[in-house]
Design a protein around this ligand. Structure first.
Ligand SMILES: *Cc1c(COP(=O)(O)O)cnc(C)c1O
Length: 492
C-alpha cells in the first residue's frame, strides 16, 4: 500500500464535528436567501411568461458542451449554481404553462401547488404508510374522497395518487388481472385512440403484447362497440381470457369519449374489468357540462386521472380510483419484516399497499393547498373556460374560409387544418401544406401547437387546459394558421 493512501486514523472530535456541520448544511440566513432568490426567479418568470415564446430548446451538442462534466470536488456559491441551472437547464424546455401552449396536453400549475411541493420536500414527507406519514396519508384519503364524489363512484371506492396516468393504468391492469384470478392468456382491449401508456402497461404487467387487442374506432374516434363484442367473442372461442377493457374519457388526440354507459353494460354482462382512462379529461366532471359528457364513468371498476393536466398541479400527480379499494390492496399489499414495527396506526390505510411505490412523496398536499386557497368555484370556472374556448375555436374554424374542422371541440381539444374553401387540393398536398404550417408555427409564432392524425388526415391540434389562456391567445394561433397557410399555398 502506498503511503498516501493509508487512512488517517487520528481522530479529533472537534475537527470531526466541524466537518460534519459544514458538510451538507447551510446557515439559516443562506437558506433563506437561496429560497428567496428561487421564489423571485419563479415569480418573475410568471410575470414574463406570456411575453415569451412558448417553446425553447437547444441541440444535444451544445448542451453536452455546457453540462457534461465531472461533478466538482469543491462546492461553489449556491446562487451561482442556481443561475446556471436557470440559464442552461430550466429555460430550455417547452413552457407547458405558457398561455399559448396548446400542444400535447399542457399543464398550468397554481402557485400554492408549486409551493406545496417545496414544503413537502422541506418536511421530507414519505406517504408510504400511516406510521411514517399519518398527516400526508390522511390528506391523500381526503383528496381521493373528493375525486370519488366528483366522479360519483360508490363509497367503497378508493385509491391512491400516482406519478401520473401511466402508473395509474399499470396499477389498474394489475388489479384487473388479480380480480380475474390470474388466468392464462389474459387479454386486454383498448381502442386505436387509446394512449400508448396502455400497451406499455400491458407489457410491464407481463401480459403478452399480442394480447393487447386494439379495437377500431368509429368516425368520431370512439371505440366501435360491435367490433369490441366481436373480438371478445372470438378471443374467448380461441381460448384467450378477456380481463379488462380500457375506455377513453378524453382520448389524447381528439378528446373523444367512448360510450361509457354502453361499455359499462358490456363489461358487466361479460364480467370484464372496466377501466376508464380519464387522465386528460376526467376533471371535467367538476363542471356540469363535463359531468354530462362523462356520464357512465361512475360505473367503472377503475378510473385513472391526471391532476397535473386539467387540475392545475405541478408534475407529478395522477390518481387511480378503484370501485372497491380491496382490489388494489390484494395485489399490492405487502408486509415486509422491516416494516414489522409499524404497529402504531395498524388498521389504518397504508398507501404503499395500493400501488407500486414504497417511498411516496406527499402529492396530496399540492392539490389540497391549491383547492383550499382558491376554492372549487375558481377551479370549476377554470376548467369550464377550457371547454368554452375550445367551443369558440371550433366556431371560428367553421366560419373561416381558410380552415376546416377535422374533429369538433370535444372536452377542450379541437383538430383542424388549413384548407381554403373552393381550392382543389389533393389530400397528400393538404397534409404537406399543413406540415409546413405547423413548422412555421413552431419557428415563427410564440404559440406552440402539436399535430394529430384524424381519419388519416394530418391535423393541427389545440388542447386548452390553461387557466391563463384567453380567447385572444386562441384566436391569435388560429389567425397565424390562416396566414401561414396562405403564404405556404402561394409558394406551392
Ligand atoms: C397523458 C395521458 C396518459 C399518460 O399519463 P402520464 O401522466 O403522462 O403518465 C394516459 N392517457 C391519457 C388519455 C393521457 O392524456
Amino acid at each position: 500500500m502506498r503511503q498516501d493512501t493509508v487512512p488517517d486514523t487520528t481522530f479529533d472530535p472537534a475537527v470531526a464535528d466541524r466537518a460534519v456541520a459544514d458538510r451538507l448544511e447551510m446557515p439559516p440566513e443562506a437558506m433563506l436567501e437561496l429560497a428567496r432568490e428561487a421564489a423571485e426567479i419563479l415569480v418573475r418568470r410568471r410575470g414574463e411568461l406570456a411575453g415569451d415564446d412558448a417553446w425553447d430548446g437547444e441541440f444535444r451538442e451544445a448542451l453536452e458542451e455546457r453540462l457534461m462534466e465531472d461533478p466538482p470536488e469543491e462546492g461553489q456559491a449556491a446562487s451561482d449554481v442556481m443561475e446556471r441551472a436557470v440559464r442552461d437547464v430550466l429555460t430550455l424546455a417547452l413552457r407547458l404553462d405558457h398561455p399559448g401552449c396548446f400542444g400535447f396536453v399542457p399543464s398550468s400549475p397554481t402557485w400554492p401547488g408549486v409551493v406545496a411541493d417545496f414544503l413537502a420536500s422541506g418536511y421530507n414527507l414519505n406517504a408510504c404508510n400511516w406510521l411514517v406519514g399519518s398527516g400526508p396519508s390522511q390528506l391523500e384519503c381526503v383528496v381521493i374522497e373528493w375525486f370519488r364524489r366528483w366522479l360519483g363512484m360508490p363509497e367503497t371506492a378508493g385509491g391512491l395518487l400516482t406519478s401520473g396516468g401511466s402508473a395509474a393504468s399499470l396499477d389498474a391492469l394489475v388489479a384487473a388481472r388479480e380480480a380475474a384470478g390470474y388466468p392464462e392468456r389474459a387479454t386486454v382491449y383498448m381502442s386505436d385512440q387509446s394512449h400508448p401508456a396502455h400497451v406499455r402497461a400491458v407489457k410491464i404487467a407481463g401480459i403478452r403484447p399480442d394480447h393487447a387487442r386494439i379495437v377500431p374506432s368509429d368516425g368520431r374516434s370512439r371505440i366501435d362497440l360491435d367490433a369490441l363484442a366481436r373480438m371478445v367473442a372470438e378471443d374467448r372461442a380461441a381460448g384467450r381470457n378477456p380481463i379488462a377493457v380500457c375506455a377513453n374519457a378524453g382520448a389524447t388526440a381528439t378528446g373523444a369519449i367512448d360510450p361509457l354507459p354502453e361499455l359499462a353494460d358490456f363489461c358487466a354482462a361479460e364480467d370484464i374489468w372496466f377501466h376508464v382512462d380519464a387522465a386528460y379529461g376526467g376533471f371535467a366532471v367538476v363542471t356540469e357540462r363535463g359531468r354530462k359528457l362523462l356520464r357512465g364513468i361512475e360505473r367503472a371498476d377503475s378510473v385513472g386521472l391526471d391532476a397535473h393536466k386539467w387540475f392545475f398541479q405541478p408534475y407529478e400527480v395522477g390518481c387511480l380510483l378503484v370501485r372497491d379499494v380491496s382490489t388494489l390492496e390484494e395485489p399490492f399489499g405487502v408486509q415486509p419484516t422491516f416494516l414489522q414495527d409499524s404497529l402504531w396506526g395498524s388498521g389504518h390505510p397504508n398507501l404503499t399497499d395500493r400501488g407500486l411505490q414504497m417511498s411516496r412523496s406527499a402529492r396530496a398536499l399540492k392539490i389540497w393547498m391549491s383547492v383550499q386557497t382558491f376554492g372549487m368555484a375558481a377551479f370549476r370556472d377554470s376548467i369550464a373556460s377550457g371547454l368554452d374556448l375550445a367551443a369558440r375555436a371550433e366556431a371560428y374554424i367553421d366560419a373561416s374560409p381558410a380552415l376546416e374542422c377535422l374533429s369538433p371541440a370535444t372536452l377542450s381539444i379541437v383538430c383542424f387544418r388549413f384548407r381554403p374553401a373552393g381550392a382543389e387540393i389533393a389530400e397528400e398536398a393538404l397534409d404537406e401544406l399543413n406540415r409546413e404550417v405547423l413548422a412555421r408555427l413552431f419557428w415563427e409564432d410564440p404559440a406552440f401547437v402539436s399535430s394529430a392524425v384524424v381519419d388519416g388526415k394530418f391535423a393541427l391540434r389545440v388542447c386548452i387546459v390553461n387557466y391563463n389562456t384567453t380567447w385572444d391567445d386562441v384566436r391569435a394561433v388560429l389567425e397565424a394558421t390562416e396566414r401561414f397557410g396562405r403564404e405556404a399555398l402561394e409558394q406551392l
